[in-house]
Design a protein around this ligand. Structure first.
Ligand code: NAD
Ligand code: IPM
Ligand code: MN
Length: 362
């Protein structure tokens, strides 16, 4: 073993605490080339219960010092009545802001054996491979002022949708660079027909395009983009959009691939460091039963190897193992037909991870 890497694992709440350890098991077996050191810390509801805050200082410090962070998910009904600033989700938002993870990559790829699990007809999704690049540390999620206050006619709630030019430019550059390495098509999604902030978005993205003559840029309004994603998703290669639109469109894209339980993500800063997490949440409806699909988190671990540890071979091994277990007919409940054909077997989350480990070609 020639090098070491320090990974901070933040399992979080609900099924996060189930799927993150499964992904760690896969990671320890997938990359004999690197001496992986795992350190566990708390974020979200579990951190509120233990320390009274969703993002303890020690967790943020550990994450800052790590080569990469693997996160499960945060939140749940137990903490839903807390004031906005104290909720579990604030822990995740604080990590994203604290580590300056402005670029969120959410690839939606169809594994061919899951075509039937997609909510769209097979010809519409066969071969689907799109990448949503979501701005993650700005926009309406972080804009000030925000709050609920007493107005003349009762309470008023307000948020601020704001982007600075430099924030738009840096996410646009990430998206153009990625599009350049893929099919060379970039769709910027905005609401420039109504919102000034996204008018600026469109202008800045268009200006950056001058540096990428090899990438074909188009613009689309977000309402149309939502419609096009379920009408003809293969028209897209890379989509770049702001924080809130990216949140919504990536859940839509997830269903094209069969399940939210399949969609990984990488949240990157300007350097090598990144936070890797499934796109899904804590799924309170199935938590604690070993029903959750661990593949989104396992595929996030593959992204961790690729983007933060420069270990594409380990990433490739994990992705190939996932494809192999799906080919072999293993399905967690979310991707399993109600009446599975003879070559398909319904498994628990931990069994799925066992099978991925078994299928690793190391
Ligand atoms: P959710 O993603 O947790 O669940 C939506 C639906 O998808 C549920 O029916 C769930 O059972 C299913 N699902 C999700 N992941 C699955 C998996 N791996 N395997 C099988 N089925 C899966 O969204 P929600 O119900 O809107 O939110 C629940 C909680 O999670 C909320 O507190 C929310 O704030 C939080 N949340 C956290 C994150 C995150 O930490 N990144 C993301 C989204 C939601
Ligand atoms: C996601 C989640 C988060 C978001 C929440 C939990 C803060 O929905 O990562 O997609 O809205 O970004
Ligand atoms: Mn979301």
């Amino acid at each position: 073993m020639s090098r070491a890497a320090h990974i901070v694992v933040l399992p979080g709440d609900g099924i996060g605490a189930e799927v993150a350890p499964q992904a760690v098991r896969v990671m320890t077996r997938a990359c004999p080339e690197i001496d992986l050191k795992f350190e566990y810390a708390d974020v979200g509801g579990v951190a509120i219960d233990r320390y009274g805050t969703p993002l303890p200082e020690a967790t943020l410090a550990a994450a800052r010092a790590a080569d990469a962070v693997l996160l499960g998910a945060v939140g749940g009904p137990k903490w839903d009545d807390l004031p906005m600033t104290e909720r579990p989700e604030k822990g995740l938002l604080g990590l994203r802001a604290g580590l300056d993870l402005f670029a969120n990559l959410r690839p939606a790829m169809l594994f061919e054996p899951l075509a039937d699990a997609s909510s769209l007809k097979t010809p519409l999704v066969a071969g689907l491979d799109i990448l949503i690049v979501r701005e993650l540390t700005g926009g309406i999620y972080f804009g000030e002022p925000r709050g609920v206050e007493m107005g003349n006619g009762g309470r008023r709630g307000f948020n601020t949708y704001v982007y600075e030019e430099r924030e738009i430019e840096r996410i646009a550059r990430v998206a153009f660079e990625l599009a350049r390495k893929r099919a060379g098509r970039l769709t910027s999604v905005d609401k420039a027909n109504v919102l000034e902030v996204t008018q600026l978005w469109r202008e800045v993205v268009s200006a950056v395009a001058a540096d990428y003559p090899d990438v074909e840029l188009s613009h689309m309004y977000v309402d149309n983009a939502g419609m096009q994603l379920v009408r003809a998703p293969k028209q897209f290669d890379v989509i770049v959009t702001g924080n809130m639109f990216g949140d919504i469109l990536s859940d839509v894209a997830a269903m094209l691939t069969g399940s939210l339980g399949m969609l990984p993500s990488a949240s990157l800063s300007a350097g090598k460091q990144g936070l890797y997490e499934p796109v899904h949440g804590t799924a309170p409806d199935i938590a604690g039963q070993d029903l959750a699909n661990p593949l989104a988190t396992i595929l996030s671990a593959a992204m961790l190897f690729r983007y933060s540890l420069d270990a594409p071979e380990a990433a490739g091994r994990i992705e190939a193992a996932v494809a192999a277990v799906l080919d072999a007919g293993l399905r967690t409940a979310d991707i399993c037909p109600e009446h599975p054909p003879p070559n398909v077997r319904r498994v628990r989350g931990s069994e799925m991870a066992d099978a991925v480990i078994e299928a690793l070609d190391v």
